[in-house]
Write a protein that binds this ligand. Structure first.
Ligand code: SF4
Ligand code: SF4
Length: 387
């Protein structure tokens, strides 16, 4: 049987349905910014221990630097003209923004397919009514635990569990397209199977992620990696690589997808391995916008960064620059990922490495060990089942 190439998988155990994946591939070929993620604000009602945005008090100090609503409306117009189709509005929690509904409605009326990432706690009846009238592509809520104790150990916010559950229930009552997910940490790992079961019981798509990254400095768009060890504090809550792999394998749906990935060929088996550093959609068909009016390749890759507030077609100009620079960036001879046999099982990428090691071409140990452990545990499971 012909092995599939690892390039056929778009992201870690997720990915889009085939027709949309083909559409995205076409957009990447002609460099249309099909998918944009936009942090409306980094302010949030929670104080999660692992939050890569860093300290909320520092973030609040930068509030005056956030784009105003007029600039955001102009940005939406420019995005629609530039060919953006998928807009993910994220945060912080975007619903904390006083003009969230006005901005959301404007984006939907402009023809964008909008997904909203939020923590669930700020979902009001008015927001649900707007979602009913102007349906989102999806609303994705992160659940930080299955009980109040674990949930609030992560969010450090009393009452956050009840508020989130109430928000999810409002969305369900309104029959809004809902997706659920969790970040798996040392504090909530025991809740993972329960969260999956609960989502399945109410027929809602679920996913989990074990990849924690170091926090940004000063709550602004500073570097992840060059300002001292305190930035790595979030990593204290990351599972060890073997624990993360065990968490994945404990969930049947994830285990099955991993077993498909085990069969994918290493880049060296499918012809000439790519020489490029970035092989994802960043700068090809996607980019990220910060609340402070900067375009960067993705949420985690902070550079290069271009102002999208100055001038008439600033979004298009910034996209031209990013799409020229990022896809063409060559990896150095020491970059091992393009030849790696575990690539199809790996959640690491140059953005993660840059945040953790300060060097986009230096793979952080966590990712290599995590991928290797996924392979070993998948093989052990297969052997146990067939014996
Ligand atoms: S809900 Fe998200 S943005 Fe808010 S503190 Fe938690 S991780 Fe950060
Ligand atoms: S991070 Fe490690 S396991 Fe992942 S692709 Fe690179 S070399 Fe392979």
């Amino acid at each position: 049987m012909k092995k599939k190439s690892d390039t056929e998988s778009s992201d870690c155990l997720g990915g889009e349905p085939n027709d949309i994946a083909r559409y995205i591939a076409k957009a990447a070929e002609v460099r249309v910014p099909l998918a944009v993620s936009f942090e409306l604000t980094r302010r949030c009602s929670f104080r999660c221990v692992h939050c890569y945005l860093g300290d909320q008090e520092s973030i609040r100090k930068h509030r005056q630097q956030e784009m105003d609503t007029t600039s955001i409306i102009k940005l939406i117009d420019e995005m629609a003209s530039a060919g953006v189709l998928f807009l993910t509005v994220t945060g912080g929690d975007p619903m904390i923004h006083p003009d969230f509904l006005e901005i959301y409605r404007y984006a939907v009326r402009s023809g964008l397919l909008v997904t909203v990432f939020c923590n669930g706690s700020l979902i009001t009846d008015e927001i649900v009514s707007t979602f009913i009238q102007y349906p989102p592509r999806a609303v994705e809520v992160t659940l930080y635990g299955a009980s109040q104790a674990t949930f609030e150990a992560v969010t450090q916010q009393l009452g956050s569990f009840a508020a989130c559950m109430a928000g999810v229930e409002r969305l369900r009552q309104g029959k809004v397209r809902l997706r659920l997910k969790t970040m798996v940490l040392t504090l909530n790992q025991a809740d993972l199977p329960v969260l999956w079961q609960r989502a399945e019981a109410i027929d809602v798509q679920f996913r989990h992620d074990c990849s924690i990254i170091p926090a940004l400095a000063n709550g602004d768009n500073g570097s992840h990696s060059n300002a001292g060890d305190n930035l790595h504090d979030t990593l204290r809550f990351r599972l060890a690589p073997e624990q993360a792999a065990a968490a994945d394998l404990s969930i049947t749906q994830v285990r099955e997808k991993l077993q498909e990935r085990v069969c994918m060929a290493a880049p060296t088996e499918t012809g000439q391995p790519s020489s490029k550093l970035y092989r994802c959609g960043a700068g090809r068909s996607s980019c990220h916008i910060t609340p402070y009016g900067k375009m960067q390749p993705c949420l985690i890759t902070l550079q290069p960064s271009f102002d999208i507030t100055a001038g008439k077609e600033a979004f298009q100009a910034a996209w031209q620059s990013i799409s020229r620079l990022i896809p063409e960036q060559e990896a150095g001879a020491g970059f091992s990922c393009n030849r790696c046999k575990d690539r199809s099982l790996c959640t690491g990428c140059p953005s993660n490495f840059s945040a953790e090691t300060g060097n986009a071409e230096q793979a952080a140990d966590f990712y290599c060990q995590y991928a290797a452990s996924r392979r070993e545990k998948s093989a052990s499971h297969e052997a146990a089942v067939s014996s």
